[in-house]
Design a protein around this ligand. Sequence first.
Ligand SMILES: Cc1ncc(COP(=O)(O)O)c(C=O)c1O
Length: 426
Amino acid sequence: MEKFDFLQFYSYLSYKSNKLHVNGFSIDELSCKEETPFFLFLLNRFQQNYEKMNAEISKHIPNILISYAVKANYLGRILDAANHVGMGLEVMSLFELKLAEKAKFQANKIIFNGPAKSEKELEYAIAFGITKINVDSLSELINIEKIAKDKGIIQPITIRIHPKLTEDTEKKLLIRKNSKLGIDYSRGVKLFEYSKKSPNLNPIGIHVHVGTNLTTHDFFEELLVFLSNYITELEDKLQVNIKEINLGGGLASNSTLEANGFSFDRFGEQISNHIKEIENKLIIFEPGRYLIEDSFIALTKVIRTKKSWGRKWAFTDIGANSLIPMRYTHYKILPANNKGKDQYTNIGGPLCLPVDVLTNEAVDFIIEEKDFLAVLNCGAYTISMSEQFGYPRPAIYELTENGTLKLLKAEDKLDQMIEAEFNYRK
Ligand SMILES: Cc1ncc(COP(=O)(O)O)c(C=O)c1O
């Protein structure tokens, strides 16, 4: 019988008599309760991911703020849960800022990012009292200065730089040195210099975010050595007092980090070893994927199977319009009912598009039509990026402690989708 070794990293999953269970409830039974496909949110996994990171890093650093990156998945339920446990929030647009407001986050726990924030967005953020605006360009800095001057205030700002890293490290990153995001570290110094001289700006921090799905301590070691020297230079040469160091997001999911032997205890130690006078600084993190990727499962039904060119295919009722195929996605598929080994089967969604394959790895368990499958690692950059491409976007439920499904967001209604396209007739 198929073993699925990776299950050891998903404490909420287990096979009992060949039936897959999540938090002790049978996936087969849950899949029959509502029409598939649908997403299942596991609140306790989200909370555990946060608590683990917070507890381990806090052993080494007195002041930390873990701020959930809204873009990874902006369901109201997640934002309320994040606020409830004391997280901050990372936003990148007026829409996300207004979601933060609706979820009642305090202004000093909201971080505003983005390479081209509009004047309207900046005005709103400043009026709201946001103090953690990661500035991405001189043009934006001048705009913030003007808004602050008009209001007669001194606006705290932080600057997003791209650090100096080895060519080898750069090659492995999603956001490389010539990317559109952030400003190169030497120009960054000029932005600090400009804000230091301005009567309406107060440069209080530095921000670095260079990728996603990071799993190694080596990367952070290199980054922290650079940052430590860079901050010392800012403090010594420009008398800028760096009170906040934002290390961005970019961590892989909890299950992926565990599989790669990454330890938050060691990460916290690395940071405290390199950052001087850490007791006077706030260390900020902006994880999206880490917190949410493995807190969701998609439940889907096999609609058709076929053989073609010697290959076996199984087609699910969920596709790449909600399970977005990005460079760093690694959906894993498990049978709700494990019937044993078979020839390798490729799994595709229902869309009439060749890219609509759920995973590049074929599976080798028996799959038949009407079987239910569970898709793991689907919480980050799926629901928030999903499209109505040929199909309604699926419903989202929370799996409650007693095994019921609580609706968090209904699926799109076909009638409304059709109506919207003919609105012009009105
Ligand atoms: C500035 C910034 N911070 C944090 C994140 C979250 O990244 P991740 O989900 O990889 O943790 C992103 C994602 O694009 C980002 O752009």
